[in-house]
Design a binder for this molecule. Structure first.
Ligand code: FRU
Length: 523
């Protein structure tokens, strides 16, 4: 495999072959970034859920490793699947899994039991039950041993929610410095509840608290993620951020999966969202991404102290994930996002930027140009190819007959521009948009060809700044300082490599554009 098949992401992680969904177990240990992920070793649709594994030194160049946790009984008779979870380096050997001074990596995951059974631990589970289990590795994540003597370590949902045993999953575990305890956050997916647990040794867990439902509810809540960050410019103030997936139930204009977050406080027991983060209507939310293809976002454990939080998300959507036209793999991960908190327009806001070492793949500047005014209609640009990064900045304005109503850059366009993906700004609604209605193949799902939008106000200089990351089958847009993000897959023809600027109804002022080619991370 040379990673040059049609639509193959050049600088996003995708497995060489087969189905992938959520990142599950992001841990930095021994100067290596580990990426474990939901994986079907047998095909390009969901099934036989196992943990795939890849490693990287820079979050950019990945090496795929052997499957880390292979569904029990695979392939003939799967009796346990390994659903989404997380991983930590147990540096103090609290679990006792370490031998001869070797630090164990410990994974915590959801055991999904397709059939009722008595387990090696003597515990009984029902058909379709989901429970939380652990496994450990003493060789830096290459091979894993499930803790069969006691698994599952969280057997049943807490009372009074026992009936929810089919919808209890996705443990995200981390070390809570202040209380010197392990904390795991799980969901009762259909009740829109996050359930928080704590432990001294990763083996025995006690119930700490529950959170929710709040803000957007949708179909189910999945994949909770909890972490702490200082507020930029106020380093003594640290806040906690709870991120979780909704499926279906993403932001306005999307169909299928979405991701929301809450900013608040966490004392090792209970998470309390800030009052201004709770919306009364149970519909609106703080959206982590306003596009259709950003789900199950998870943060790294084990990053050096003082480092920012880094998250990776599944760049796909349950609405059409299993039918996207890629082969012999399905799904890619987002660009690793470095998160921070900052006051923007008086409100503490989550900002996203590409993680710093990731930037090394942006190699050569191919285009740099400024215009006092871009005229109404389209302005041609040299072809930037199929994988590149755009920095686009322009003056905001209020409505005026001579000025544009929208301004956009078209990418991955055919030479007649019948095929193109537009990324731009609507000066009237004050929204960034991604328009993939004519982006290429959308035949596999009737909701795919859509327009997505996110609110963004101009910065203090009255300018709109957009960063766009274009790959062979995706665009990721960060607006402003990263306070809005829009992620969308696209499936254009291989020879759709043109670009142009489009200023609708009038001119756009003081435009600055820079395009850099992106290297392939696979060669
Ligand atoms: C989210 C999810 C998780 C589950 C996993 C199974 O995408 O549904 O809740 O653990 O996928 O693959």
């Amino acid at each position: 495999l040379n990673y040059t098949e049609p639509y193959r992401p050049q600088y996003h992680f995708s497995p060489a072959e087969n189905w992938m969904n959520d990142p599950a177990g992001l841990v930095y240990y021994n100067e290596t970034y580990h990426l474990f992920f939901q994986y079907n070793p047998a095909g390009i649709e969901w099934g036989n859920m196992s943990w795939g594994h890849a490693t990287s030194k820079d979050l950019t160049h990945w090496e795929e490793r052997p499957v880390a946790l292979l569904a029990r009984g695979y392939p003939e008779n799967v009796t346990e699947m390994y659903f989404t979870g997380s991983a930590v380096a147990d540096v103090n050997n609290t679990s006792g899994f370490g031998v001869d001074g070797k630090i164990p990596l410990v994974a915590m995951y959801t055991s999904m039991y397709p059939v009722a059974q008595e387990l090696p631990s003597g515990k009984n589970v029902l058909a379709e039950q989901q429970s939380q289990s652990i496994a450990y590795s003493l060789d830096d994540g290459e091979t894993w041993t499930t803790y069969d003597a006691e698994n599952p370590v969280i057997h049943n949902p807490p009372s009074p929610y026992g009936a929810e045993f089919e919808n209890f999953r996705d443990p995200f575990v981390f070390w809570h410095e202040d209380t010197q305890k392990w904390v795991a956050v799980t969901v009762l997916a259909s009740l829109y509840k996050v359930v928080i647990w704590s432990s001294d040794n990763l083996k025995e867990w006690s119930l700490a608290s529950e959170f929710g439902p709040y803000n957007a509810v949708g179909g189910v809540w999945e994949c909770p993620n909890l972490f702490q960050m200082p507020i930029k410019g106020h380093p003594s103030i640290k806040k906690w951020v709870l991120v979780l997936g909704l499926n279906p139930g993403g932001p306005p204009g999307t169909v299928g999966s979405g991701t929301q977050y809450f900013i608040g406080d966490f004392d090792g027991t209970a998470f309390k969202a800030d009052p201004d983060n709770i919306h009364a209507d149970n519909k609106s939310a703080n959206w982590m991404d306003w596009g259709p293809d950003f789900y199950a976002a998870a943060s790294y454990n084990g990053l050096p102290a003082g480092d920012d939080v880094v998250q990776i998300a599944w760049m796909n959507n349950w609405q059409y994930g299993a039918t996207i036209p890629t082969s012999p793999w399905r799904s890619a991960m987002s660009v690793p996002r470095q998160l921070s908190l900052k006051k923007v327009n008086g409100k503490v806001t989550l900002l996203q930027q590409p993680q710093h070492s990731w930037r090394s793949v942006a190699n050569h500047q191919t285009l740099k140009h400024s215009w006092k005014s871009v005229s109404k209609g389209s302005t041609s640009l040299d072809s930037p190819g199929k994988a590149f990064k755009i920095d686009l900045s322009f003056a905001d304005h209020d409505s005026d007959k001579s000025l544009a109503s929208t301004f956009a850059i078209a990418v991955r366009a055919s030479s007649d521009f019948k095929q193109e993906t537009l990324i731009g700004y609507n000066f009237t609604s004050k929204e960034v948009f991604v328009d993939r209605r004519n982006s290429g193949d959308g035949s596999f799902d009737k909701t795919f060809a859509s327009l997505y939008h996110a609110p963004l106000s101009a910065n203090a200089d009255k300018r709109i700044n957009l960063q766009v990351f274009v790959d062979w089958s995706s665009v990721e847009v960060l607006g402003g300082q990263g306070e809005v993000s829009l992620t969308a897959q696209i499936f254009p023809e291989g020879n759709s490599t043109e670009a142009r600027l489009v200023s609708t109804d009038g001119v756009t002022q003081d435009v600055r554009l820079r395009i850099s080619g992106m290297d392939s991370a696979w060669h």
